[in-house]
Design a protein around this ligand. Sequence first.
Ligand code: ATR
Length: 287
Amino acid sequence: MRGPGPRTLTGAARLAGVIGWPVAHSRSPSLHGFWLAEHGIDGAYVPLPVRPEDFAAAMAALPRLGFRGANVTVPHKEAALAACARLSDEARRIGAVNTLVADETGALEGRNTDGFGFIENLKAGARGWTAADGPAVVLGAGGAARAVVVALLEAGAPQIRLLNRGRDRADRLAADLGDRRVAVSDWARRADLLAEAVLLVNTTSLGMKGQPPLELDLARLPGAALVNDIVYVPLETPLLAAARARGHRVVDGLGMLLHQARPGFAAWFGVMPQVTPALRAHVLATL
Ligand code: ATR
């Protein structure tokens, strides 16, 4: 997969990459490679396969090897939190780091751009939508849910109804965040809690290729509500198909992946890139 136009590197090329284990499935090299080509930047973004036991040493080595930073993916997002010299407020609140940015001295700041990606995806996909419009229902309480809930709180959501199959995990997330706007309910009540919601977000793995679909009766969801799935394989999950059939506005999960990458690219390569139909098509072709 390539972006537009040929590219060559000089000895002064800027370096970044993605640290994961395994990392071969990551779409980030293709995504950042597209933007590097689009902007004609003398830079490279490479996969960095790093075992968990080597993570701390690899992180310390990054700036010494001249890297301006990196993305961090599974299973290192929590380990990165502990190993950074500094943390952004969002990374601290979410409890995970997905973006490392080196300063002039080589010290690494840990950031989390998943919440930014989530909100930007909704704004781009549903014109006029704002989190302040009313209650949101968030399904799931894993790492992705943490980023989504923090982002919705930041964006002014008046109430977040949080439901997870294992309720204790949702209770823990709500307790960690310590915000009264987060209201935990039982998973079995999910259909009832859709009443008056302006946003429904699935952050569970249900509906993903190879996983069972999300069982949810949408009858009580107000017609004006927006429905978002952070699953993007398939792009149209059974939840999104059902919501679309009922006339809801829907936003798929691919945009969150694309938008979360923008702040890292800007920090390492000096240009804030955009999410365009051409980029979407380029990344879709790799799914
Ligand atoms: P991520 O970091 O992507 O959020 P995760 O931490 O593994 O991934 O979280 C997966 C989410 O999907 C959890 O909310 C999980 O619910 P539990 O905490 O109860 O495990 C949810 N999930 C996975 N399989 C599920 C299923 N069959 N039914 C309901 N929820 C499920």
